[in-house]
Design a protein around this ligand. Structure first.
Ligand SMILES: NC(=O)C1=CN([C@@H]2O[C@H](COP(=O)(O)OP(=O)(O)OC[C@H]3O[C@@H](n4cnc5c(N)ncnc54)[C@H](OP(=O)(O)O)[C@@H]3O)[C@@H](O)[C@H]2O)C=CC1
Ligand SMILES: N[C@@H](CC=O)C(=O)O
Length: 433
């Protein structure tokens, strides 16, 4: 008996949606063999039906009315690649409540409403997959939920935003100014429609919430994550970090010790030996530490049309296979670990500080005295030349100290008259010893 095809309603035909159309067409036979059904894109929701498209589609498939997909009983599965919260949230909710399976690439939405939507999906016996929402083409969500499902995850650290990694790589390698590198990332289709979310760290924070919730089986919300982007990173910071043996990356850091978690996004220095240090350009990588497995790392393109479409269409294949087995929605695990945040006394790291000082006798002694009194020892100190004769600049790296100790030092430096300016400070990961 010839089975009916799986009927898909595609919401969005931009960068990712176009990739989905291309992949479904180009890998048609493989997808059929792997999923057991033909995949047919029945309708495509767009904002502007007249717009010129980079991919060829039958104009009769285009609609600007979501209900044409949501109320079509023949459609089994909705692929949401519009982005943003609304109308994506209402569409996905309505699709699930109507018994349609959903695949989405929308991290904004999954970071904000993921737990709620997954609960609806489970109750309705529907699948809701979102592999493409984190790290584009890297199957990291599947690694956490399947490959590492026997382990207890203690750390997830990642370069999870392709746009900022591209910008920082261009600044490091070629000294390309921030604005020019951002424009290139936009032209290449890596950046969000509003790139503020990329450069201010919010996009990475959304992904870290998704990763931490899956890895730690808890329910953390976005507002609780400490977020700092790359807009104040300078080429000097990058250069001095390099002189000390470090590279600067926008890092997502999620760690769990004895049930207490920390999650942050910040530009951080990585030792040149750290496995994440060589991840350049649009590439992403996620380093996962598990109690039993130890260190693992997942690497690949974090954004762009075809890598992201690969993740979306792979989710689609899983939905179709689950339909064949009659197990849709069963793989969704509800959060079962209590949420307990670390205090600032429980978060430990080394730190990089760049300070502009008055060039006077006794200033260095006063400065090192502050670090000693707060029990923060110094690992490396570098004096750098400055144009003003009455000023000196130093760059230093501390040994491991708590966040609380660092804040005490920064507060006291702020009150020390000879400290003219704190030029920059970053957390340092790796390079212990
Ligand atoms: N680009 C990337 O590399 C990656 C993107 N993602 C995520 O994938 C999703 C899609 O991103 P991307 O393809 O880059 O986005 P684009 O801006 O390129 O495309 C969005 C598409 O959705 C349509 N759309 C948007 N709003 C509406 C609306 N209100 N009603 C109807 N149609 C609408 C647009 O229609 P029209 O064309 O008519 O304007 C467009 O076709 C986002 O959630 C993004 O965060 C995830 C990983 C990587
Ligand atoms: N804007 C995002 C796209 C993928 O999620 C990024 O640059 O990583």
């Amino acid at each position: 008996m010839v089975q009916e095809p799986i009927r898909v309603g595609l919401m969005g035909l931009g960068t990712v949606g176009s990739g989905v159309v291309r992949l479904v067409k180009n890998h048609r036979e493989d997808l059929f063999h792997r999923s057991g059904r033909r995949i047919s894109i029945e309708k495509i929701l767009v904002r502007d039906k007249e717009k010129e498209r980079s991919v060829q589609v039958d104009p009769a498939l285009l609609t600007d009315r979501p209900e044409e997909i949501l109320q079509d009983q023949r459609i089994d599965l909705v692929v949401e690649v519009m982005g943003g919260i609304e109308p994506a949230y209402s569409c996905i909710r309505q699709a699930l409540e109507g018994g349609k399976h959903v695949v989405t690439a929308n991290k904004d939405l999954m970071a904000l409403h993921g737990t709620e939507l997954l609960t609806i999906a489970r109750e309705k016996g529907c699948d809701l997959f979102y592999e493409a929402s984190v790290a584009g083409g890297i199957p990291i969500l599947r690694a956490l939920t399947e490959g590492l499902s026997s382990d207890r995850i203690t750390a997830i650290m990642g370069i999870v935003n392709g746009t900022t990694n591209y910008i920082l790589t261009e600044m490091t390698r070629k000294g390309t100014p921030f604005a020019d590198s951002l424009a290139q990332a936009q032209d290449l289709g890596y950046a969000e429609a509003d790139p503020t979310a990329d450069v201010e760290g919010l996009d990475a924070a959304r992904k870290m919430v998704i990763l931490a919730n899956l890895g730690f089986h808890t329910h953390l919300s976005l507002e609780e994550v400490s977020v700092r982007g790359i807009t104040d990173v300078t080429t000097e910071d990058i250069r001095f970090a390099g002189q000390l043996g470090y590279v600067l990356k926008l890092m997502g850091i999620a760690k769990r010790d004895e049930g207490r978690v920390e999650v942050s996004v910040q530009p951080a220095l990585l030792s040149e030996e750290h496995p994440l240090a060589t991840v350049d350009g649009v590439f992403n990588a996620v380093y996962v530490h598990g109690e039993a497995v130890g260190e693992t790392m997942f690497y690949g393109p974090g954004a762009g049309e075809m890598p992201t479409a690969t993740a979306v269409v792979s989710d689609l294949v899983t939905v179709v296979k689950n339909m064949g087995l009659g197990v849709n929605g069963r793989g969704i695990v509800a959060p079962y670990c209590e949420k307990r945040w670390k205090s600032s006394r429980e978060i430990f790291a080394k730190h990089f500080l760049r300070l502009r000082l008055a060039d006077e006798a006794g200033v260095m002694a006063g400065l090192t005295g502050i670090f000693a009194e707060e029990a923060v020892s110094l690992e490396k100190v570098l004096q750098v030349p400055v144009s003003r004769g009455d000023e000196a600049e130093i760059v230093l790296i501390t040994h491991t100290a708590s966040q609380h100790q660092l804040e005490a030092v920064l507060h006291r430096l702020d009150e020390m008259p000879a400290v003219r300016r704190l030029m920059s400070h970053y957390r340092v990961e790796g390079g212990e010893g």
